[in-house]
Design a protein around this ligand. Sequence first.
Ligand SMILES: NC(=O)c1ccc[n+]([C@@H]2O[C@H](COP(=O)([O-])OP(=O)(O)OC[C@H]3O[C@@H](n4cnc5c(N)ncnc54)[C@H](O)[C@@H]3O)[C@@H](O)[C@H]2O)c1
Length: 434
Amino acid sequence: MKISIIGSGYVGLVTGACLAEIGHSVTCMDINKKRIINLKKGILPIFEPQLENLVLKNIKNKNLNFTHTYTSITEQTIFFICVDTPNNNQNRPDLKNLFSVISSLGDIIKKDSVVVLKSTVPLGTNQEVHKRLVKKISKKKLKITVVSNPEFLREGSAVNDFMRPERIIIGTDSVKARDILKSIYKPLCRKSDKIIYMSTNSAELTKYSANAFLATKISFVNEIAEIAELVGADMHEVRKGIGSDSRIGKDFLYAGLGYGGSCFPKDLKALSYFQKVNGLKSSIILATQERNHHNVSSFVKKINLSFKEPKATSLLVWGSSFKPDTDDIRESLAIEVIKSLSKKFKKIYVYDPEASKNTREFFHDFTNVAFVKNKYNQISNCAGLVICTEWKEFWNPDYKKLSFLKERIILDGRNILNRQDVEKNNFIYKGIGT
Ligand SMILES: NC(=O)c1ccc[n+]([C@@H]2O[C@H](COP(=O)([O-])OP(=O)(O)OC[C@H]3O[C@@H](n4cnc5c(N)ncnc54)[C@H](O)[C@@H]3O)[C@@H](O)[C@H]2O)c1
């Protein structure tokens, strides 16, 4: 099928490349002209495992092409919208990009079309989009169906998540649109039918509640971790103990700094904003967010208390991306930690395998935050190591190289090191709830 993807960022580019890979003829559109010029040359704007290969392969076999103009997609009839929907400063989702797309589509659509919303949007937005589109094209006498198809991919494993989804949510009442989406996703449903059909409102709420539930699980575990530290329990053991109960499940039970990224924080804020303006009580969702903020301050406090003279002390930080295998630092708790440490310590040296460029831009005006190309650089100038992101390359450090740390203190914000190993090598180890 011929498909247009509008917005070629983390979600749009992965969606476009994966749909091309499963045989569709895909045009990725983005208003960012520089991004499109680079993509045409095979230069990707983001780091995501497996994505580059997929993009290059499908450019070559002509399943995937790029454009920065709406006029180039005017003959198309299936549009996947993947633009960003950030929150404004009142925590209200800002839909200006989405509505700008709708207005542009209204101008160029020539045939009956299906508009699929992959962007995460507030409750009721699909209906609003439909209303706006119908109004915009009222003179053209065309039939437009708006489908809610929220995306669940995770940065760092986005290609795999897209290609092997646990479920595909399709929110629409239109049988014809259901059939079109079913046939688009058919290659991903060979083993079992992953599609769950529902109304657009239910699909929107499914996306928000999935993110809120997962974030709540993380905050819950971090609250328990604080108790574990007080009583001398170990969250590695507690995790196994509670995770073996199938009602609880094994995933998302890792104590650590907490959640970040462009989705969980934004979506929880949007959900509690929705509750507030509609006079509903927000307790769990607010508490989840409070706990997540608290994690950073308590970790920074722990780091401060570990060194006698912070103002005369430099630290090495490993990891600045919000999670491993991505260059994305949006709402990264590692960034929050580095920011706080830079106010209290002499100098902070940061290493990240992929997010250095974004991090460097973020800390442009910070005179005491510097970047190292190798994770052991500057080690002899630092008193301790702080781990903020669980990149695989941090899991088995070279303790001989780390022994140049002046005070041999390791603060593990992701609980990835084994306390016995660290202590055996004569370091002081401080994790979270362990
Ligand atoms: N990133 C994730 O892991 C993830 C996962 C699931 C859902 N989502 C949701 O998907 C949506 C997109 O997220 P993202 O991380 O891909 O965002 P992004 O910022 O990486 O990409 C958005 C792209 O849209 C483009 N754009 C903005 N306005 C446009 C317009 N009028 N016309 C054409 N292009 C336009 C931007 O130039 C940018 O390239 C958001 O709603 C997000 O909440 C994201």
